[in-house]
Design a protein around this ligand. Structure first.
Ligand code: HEM
Ligand SMILES: [Ca+2]
Length: 752
């Protein structure tokens, strides 16, 4: 009986209550719009100046498609407001409502006028992925698509069960400020360690692939303006619901002001606006499909295409094309801002480097495929090249990157290991590959501890020729464009020769204190943002994740049985000081503090979450490169070619690099020696020739570099004096640049 819909509450038909709730919500949306406009008119919300620290953050969290975004956000508002009203009038909770299919049907019908979401129509014989990821799963066409809600592995933990951030302890007190937690747990002052074998490229790949499967935009004000939360009084903050600023402790070692701006992520409604708690939007396709290269909507993909020869647009000397839409900081006369499949491409030069590399690879493949198949049109060449590039993203991530993150044993256990030299049809249409909230908000941010305090350019010998503190490179393409684009190759030489910061619980100063530093000395703390974002997204606490991962939960703050068993005593003491109850502990700081599983870079809790998600990305993708599916898949011969490939091969084929170690994620060593590019594997594209591999040598097919060779001269722009200022600045406060690294820098700058 309990499964049937409850027809009446206090003699009022329940359908009437639902209708009333939706009507209230729809009419309040109108008032909300007026309220938002008033914040703009009052000057609380503004169009921020270039270079302001909040401007940088807002660029990073920007909406890629404002029209879709506004629609999603409005629908989500109606759903959330209507549930709140319904809870009030019916006495039922969201959780009760979700258990009653009859009521959900009524809800769906009544909310439909506010929720026109055209359903994608899928053609099962389409050979290529859609730009927005729809129709990958033919039964659930929106799974993994862009501009859909992030998935959940666990029920949300909002303060009100629905919408408000997790801000209070089990004891009823406020949770400690995210900055306070960061100061205590993530502060790197005492650490001088650098990773002993992983390169900057390893860190960069993590960020690059993250921007393929996840992009969470923040709420915007009227007229696409930026919300300034620290300017609001308490009453207005509550009324708006989009502000959740971070209090900065009075005795903060770095910040001299008391409030860090924090705007909540924008919300997306569920399919058909079904009743659901708040969920952040993912504006990327969850699939590893190079949506960061090609764009995650039809419109972005269109803007990036050249529409001839299958090419993507490019600027002179193989650089990313100019963007009119995305803004950046121009420091030199000829600087321009980059357009890419993901708008975060300029956040640091190391990331712009890989973005550029993959656009070059696409165009290189396109020109070769056109030689082999002169009858192919622009569309066919574009799609076939895109298909290979997406496969390379998967190959590099699963064959080169993940074994270093998780260790082979974990890959094996979770069906993440690429074992076969050719097909391995793993597709399971019941797996939803949508990126989960916990994965993008906490677990995959593990890489933030790898971010070094600097960005640099090196010569072919790997010796650093110029260096800048990272905070002077955020959103500044100058570094890449200097000396007519030669900065590009310098960054490439740097990322494969220098080491990243160590994978520990600490975040370096450049992002923990100086993230998006502006000329007024204002900036953010990345670890505080991560923690606050977790609370904003209603992420359950550390213990809940331990439980679902089958790991023991902590009942006390000791390190013995029943306590924080995977955390060292020194850190456990800090958690005891910070939190009142073990069920309060935020996931990010605690999982980052766990001892690593041998052979991996993460502790058991993050390993569990990462493995679960990477399994879904593999099993839930109909276009996964290893699937033996006629038409949409590769042929066996083609797949064998792709499985030979490494990131180093891609760098060799598209840049002026002449020799490189086989594994670009590890520094050159006896076990990973540098070798001439000619010795590295390259795809034999003759297997893509219609009518089969002819065996003929096709002129032009094997000269892999499509750029004219220009010798790499020592780069003049970031001079030794810049470097010295940088080091002077650092010497005052010890940072994690170890002595060994200092020596290397000094000797290198003496040479230039
Ligand atoms: C120079 C390097 C990097 C910078 C400056 C940077 C900066 C940021 C910032 C500002 C955010 C948003 C913070 C917020 O919630 O307000 C973010 C999110 C994120 N970062 Fe990083 N990050 C870097 C490298 C990395 C690396 C190496 C990884 C992983 C290996 C990573 C993974 C992520 C993920 C998964 C998100 C969430 C993305 C989303 O859903 O929108 N980041 N990062
Ligand atoms: Ca994607």
């Amino acid at each position: 009986r309990s499964k049937r819909a409850v027809p009446f509450v206090n003699k009022v038909p329940i359908a009437d209550l639902i209708k009333h709730s939706i009507d209230v919500a729809a009419s309040e949306l109108k008032q909300k719009k007026i309220l938002e406009e008033s914040f703009y008119k009052k000057g609380t919300d503004v169009i921020l100046n270039h270079g302001n620290h909040m401007w940088h953050h807002s660029q990073f969290m920007a909406v890629q498609d404002p029209t879709k975004f506004e629609q999603l956000n409005h629908k989500a508002y109606i759903v959330l407001r209507a549930i709140k009203e319904f809870e009030k009038t019916s006495g039922m909770l969201l959780s009760d409502l979700k258990k009653k299919p009859g009521l959900i049907n009524i809800w769906r019908q009544l909310i439909a006028p506010h929720c026109q979401c055209p359903k994608p129509t899928c053609n099962p014989t389409d050979r290529y992925r859609t730009s927005d990821g729809t129709c990958n799963n033919l039964h659930r066409p929106k799974w993994g698509a862009s501009n859909t809600p992030q998935a959940r592995f666990l029920a949300a933990a909002y303060y009100d069960g629905l919408n408000k951030p997790r801000a209070f302890s089990e004891t009823g007190h406020a949770l400690p400020s995210a900055r306070e937690v960061s100061n205590c747990i993530h502060n790197s002052e005492k650490s001088t360690f650098i990773s002993n074998h992983l390169t900057i490229m390893f860190m960069t790949w993590g960020q690059f692939v993250d921007h393929d499967f996840s992009g969470t935009p923040i709420t915007k004000g009227f007229n696409n303006s930026d919300i300034r939360c620290c300017h609001l009084d308490e009453g207005s903050k509550d009324l708006r619901g989009s502000c959740f600023p971070i209090p900065i402790p009075k005795d903060d070692p770095h910040f001299r002001y008391s409030c860090m701006n924090f705007i909540r992520s924008a919300a997306a409604p569920n399919e058909d606006c079904e009743p659901e708690w708040r969920n952040p939007i993912n504006q990327h396709t969850s699939y590893i499909d190079a949506s960061n290269v090609y764009g995650a909507t039809k419109e972005t993909a269109h803007d990036l295409r050249a529409y001839h020869g299958g090419f993507l647009k490019m600027f002179e000397r193989g650089m990313l094309p100019k963007s009119e839409k995305v803004k950046c900081m121009k420091e030199m006369k000829n600087d321009y801002c980059f357009a890419a499949g993901d708008d975060r491409s300029m956040v640091v030069p190391s990331l712009s480097y890989v973005h550029t590399l993959f656009v070059r690879e696409h165009n290189r493949l396109a020109s070769k495929l056109a030689l082999l198949n002169p009858h192919w049109d622009d569309e066919r060449i574009y799609q076939e090249s895109r298909k290979i590039v997406s496969a390379l993203m998967q190959q590099i991530t699963y064959v080169e990157y993940l074994p270093l993150v998780l260790g082979k044993e974990c890959l094996e256990k979770n069906q993440i290991m690429i074992k076969s030299p050719d097909f391995d049809t793993v597709y399971d249409p019941t797996e939803d590959a949508s990126t989960a909230n916990v994965f993008s908000t906490a677990a995959f941010r593990f890489g933030h501890s790898q971010i070094p305090n600097h960005q640099a350019i090196a010569g072919k010998d790997g010796i650093i020729r110029g260096v800048l503190p990272i905070e002077k490179t955020f959103n500044r393409p100058s570094f890449m464009l200097q000396n007519n684009g030669l900065g590009y190759d310098g960054v490439g030489n740097w990322v494969v020769n220098d080491v990243q910061a160590k994978d520990d619980r600490f975040l370096d100063d450049g992002v923990r204190n100086k993230l998006f530093l502006d000329d007024k000395g204002r900036s953010f703390d990345l670890s505080a943002l991560n923690i606050q974002r977790g609370r904003d997204h209603g992420l359950p606490s550390y213990n809940s994740w331990r439980l679902i991962c089958g790991l023991p939960t902590a009942k006390h703050f000791g390190i013995g049985p029943g306590g924080l068993v995977d955390i060292d005593a020194e850190a456990a003491v800090k958690f005891r000081k910070l939190y009142r109850h073990t069920d309060d502990i935020d996931l990010f700081p605690a999982a980052m503090s766990e001892r690593k599983i041998p052979g991996s870079l993460v502790g058991p809790t993050f390993a569990c979450i990462l493995a679960k998600q990477f399994r879904k990305y593999r099993l839930g993708d109909r276009f996964w490169y290893e699937n033996n599916f006629n038409e949409i898949g590769f042929t066996k011969d083609q797949l064998i070619q792709i499985k030979k490939m490494r990131l180093s091969s891609v760098m060799c084929a598209n840049t002026r690099i002449r020799s490189i170690q086989f594994g670009a994620f590890q520094v050159p060593s006896m076990h990973n020696p540098r070798m001439p590019c000619e010795l590295l594997p390259q795809i034999d594209l003759r297997y893509w020739q219609d009518g089969g591999h002819s065996g003929k040598v096709i002129p032009g097919l094997y000269d892999t570099r499509n750029l004219s060779r220009v010798p790499l001269n020592p780069v003049q722009f970031w001079t030794a004096s810049t470097y010295k200022d940088f080091m002077k600045d650092r010497m005052g406060s010890p940072t994690r640049l170890g002595r060994k690294r200092n020596e290397k820098f000094v000797s290198s700058t003496n040479e230039t």
